[in-house]
Design a protein. Structure first.
Length: 296
């Protein structure tokens, strides 16, 4: 029986049953997930106090609603999330897939059930998601990193070219940040960076982006925004930072300000020109006394 040999090479747990649901074979992954050995199950019926699949409401599927039985009777593929009974007496959440096939020798409809540990799949998904987030996130401040912001700015420019969706860019620099590091040390400097980043990220709209551009510089990308709204957002962020304290270990408060360059996009600018223009406006804000917004 080719199916019996085949399942040994699968990464998924699998077992094969005949048309009466007698277990003909199972693989090594089946043994690992269920705790049952081949000797425990082969030759027995799957509904005989073995896996005892139930739903999250407690419905006993082996005698009412068995996906394997349904696949055999209707010759259809089924998928379901169920909870199997481990040999040691606890429930394991699994994602099952049952596939019918015709036995070459007897012509009877048999079936294979594949299943994967749902918790393991969920863990892998979360790990992959975390890895993806790490690739997009500045490790210290937990806002987006420069690479991600470069990508989003490019995408927003393409959206403007295609759909004329307005956009704007804020280039932000923390004023006198070097003196913070020199006076209080880099640990406090890092605390200030995280505080500023948090204030920025919590006070922009859904659909806008904030990222750390480098050192004490941040970029805010505003999408589908008017020039007037751009100025209001820039002034709001400047004011919020100006009125925010970071506390030292002795509870002494220190505060910083930011200088902001705000540029409303027009279609004559490339991504690099847009960033450079916002950066230039930010330096004009610094030269005019800091804690200012300059825009165009």
């Amino acid at each position: 029986m080719n199916e019996v040999k085949l399942i040994e090479h699968l990464f998924e747990a699998a077992y094969v049953v005949d048309n009466e649901r007698k277990i003909l074979a199972c693989n090594g992954v089946f043994e690992k997930i269920t705790g049952f050995s081949k000797e425990d199950v082969v030759g027995k019926y799957c509904y005989e106090n073995i896996l005892r699949h139930v739903t999250d409401t407690g419905k006993q599927l082996c005698h009412d609603g068995c996906p394997l039985h349904d696949s055999i009777m209707k010759e259809k593929i089924n998928t379901a999330k169920v909870y199997l009974h481990h040999k040691k007496g606890y429930r394991v959440p699994v994602q099952v897939r049952t596939i019918p096939f015709k036995d070459e020798k007897t012509g009877e409809i048999h079936a294979i059930e594949f299943f994967t540990d749902y918790m393991k799949e969920s863990k892998i998904y979360k790990e992959n998601r975390k890895l993806k987030e790490n690739l997009m996130t500045d490790e210290l401040t937990q806002v987006h990193n420069r690479k991600f912001m470069d990508y989003q700015i490019g995408m927003s420019i393409n959206e403007y070219v295609t759909f004329k969706t307005p956009m704007a860019l804020l280039f932000i620099d923390i004023d006198h940040f070097k003196s913070v590091n020199d006076t209080y040390g880099h640990d406090v400097g890092d605390r200030v960076l995280k505080s500023v980043a948090k204030s920025l990220s919590l006070n922009i709209r859904n659909g806008d982006f904030v990222g750390r551009f480098g050192g004490e510089e941040f970029i805010v990308l505003l999408r589908d925004v008017s020039k007037e709204e751009m100025v209001l957002v820039a002034e709001k962020l400047r004011s919020l930072i100006n009125n925010t304290n970071t506390y030292l270990d002795n509870n002494k408060p220190i505060s910083v300000t930011i200088s902001v360059g705000a540029i409303f996009y027009n279609n004559s600018m490339s991504k690099e020109e847009l960033i450079k223009e916002a950066d230039t406006l930010m330096y004009q804000a610094k030269q005019s006394g800091r804690n200012k917004v300059r825009y165009r």
